[in-house]
Ligand binder design. Structure first.
Ligand code: KG4
Ligand code: ZN
Length: 380
């Protein structure tokens, strides 16, 4: 089954052609990151305008790179939420028009579910430790696929959720953030420290330049919220803010700070080191995410944990979780970096598992900016 996936929920415009939810024939992503960088975050009106100018070239390139024609396709899949309304509309309207014109099935896809299904994509990247577990009878299991029951840590720009997935399509929410999402915390702290946008990669890069001779220069708070699988990152963000304000580290009127102009070597201001502060922040986020994920994996007895969403690109998080889970015989899986952040291949991957069950969307499908994963009640 050959599916065209379309993704336009935020500031990336993506189109991809994927066979059977796994084999990538093409994957095209046009990013606006350099445009939004000057504002320190995504400006919705600017994002939707650029979605509009990017969508047709991106679609044409995806077809050309796959060597596919419209008649080769079995369906068109598109993100309908969550995301920015104006951006989502560009992808959804294009998908509807194409499905109608080509008489192809249309399927609306939940962007968060798609982040999870990025783990089904076959890539050359050795992202997963091989699992010897036997597949559950989920109806469509191929060697190399994630094995149910799964625990998913969904960590994107706006969501942080620990989710138990016993089989395709069932999502049981174990815990979620009570304030900022993990990615949001990375973005806000990067902005406080004047490190640029998107914040996650900027913090990860800055942390690599920390002065290891002072390993625990900064002790950052961790919100453990005992007895729950919930998260909270706003206190941590405020702690960084207070330290940075005290040392006048943040962005200046010209939009850049001394760290950006002169590099890490010159970043010690008022006795504070931006790289060390970035590293301490990252360590706190990683510690809480990894500790809670490990505990949930043990309690639920899963054999595999999957990471989903942009923050899954974070190398220290991947390394910490893999090291924590391995002694328990639990495999950690995550997509290659390009498939952790927004892309259309994951939309086509998720769509396959819906389309093969005969699911379709009507042409009255509308965008759902606040869409959540379709959580089932635990125990129901
Ligand atoms: O999934 P995604 O691309 O978009 C949403 O669906 O939100 O996630 C974007 C988020 C941003 O907050 C970005 O800073 C974060 O993922 N991110 C990272 C890394 N790469 C992207 N966070 C930490 N480390 C990274 N390497
Ligand atoms: Zn995303």
């Amino acid at each position: 089954m050959l599916i065209l996936g379309i993704e336009s929920s935020c500031d990336e415009t993506g189109a991809a052609i994927v066979a059977d939810g796994r084999i990538i024939h093409s994957n095209v992503v046009a990013s606006q990151a350099s445009i939004h960088e000057q504002y320190g975050g995504v400006v919705p009106e600017v994002a939707s305008r650029h979605q509009l100018s990017a969508i047709l070239p991106v679609l044409e390139t995806a077809l050309a790179e796959a060597g596919a024609t419209w008649s080769d396709l079995d369906g068109i899949a598109v993100t309908y939420g969550p995301g920015l309304a104006g951006s989502l509309l560009v992808g959804l309207t294009s998908a509807k028009a194409l499905a109608l014109a080509r008489n192809l099935p249309l399927i609306g896809i939940n962007h968060l579910e798609a982040h999870i299904y990025a783990n089904w994509l076959r890539t050359n990247d050795t992202s997963a430790s091989p699992s010897t577990a036997i597949a559950a009878a989920d109806g469509d299991h191929q060697p190399g696929d994630p094995v149910f029951p799964l625990l998913a840590l969904v960590i994107s720009g706006a969501h942080t959720e620990l989710v138990f997935i016993p089989h395709h399509g069932r999502y049981e929410l174990l815990g979620q953030t009570r304030d900022d999402a993990a990615g949001e915390a990375f973005d806000k702290v990067a902005r406080i420290l004047g490190l640029g946008y998107p914040g996650g990669p900027a913090i990860e890069r800055a942390a690599l330049q920390r002065d290891a001779s002072i390993p625990h220069a900064y002790t950052m708070p961790r919100a453990w919220l005992p007895g729950t699988y919930d998260f909270s990152f706003s206190g941590l963000k405020t702690a960084v803010l207070h330290m940075a304000q005290g040392a006048q580290v943040g962005a200046t009127a010209d939009g850049a700070n001394r760290y950006m102009r002169e590099g890490a070597a010159a970043a010690s201001q008022g006795g504070i080191s931006v790289p060390n502060l970035a590293a301490a922040f990252q360590e706190s986020v990683v510690d809480v995410l990894a500790t809670k994920t490990l505990r949930a994996a043990q309690e639920l007895g899963v054999r595999q944990v999957v990471l989903a969403g942009g923050v899954a690109a974070n190398q220290p998080l991947r390394a910490r979780l893999a090291a924590d889970l391995a002694p328990l015989g639990i495999a950690l899986r995550y997509p290659p970096i390009a498939f952790c952040t927004d892309n259309a291949a994951m939309i086509a991957a998720a769509a396959y598992f819906h389309l093969r069950l005969g699911e379709r969307s009507g042409f009255d499908l509308d965008v759902r900016p606040g869409l959540q994963l379709p959580f089932a009640a635990v125990g129901s």
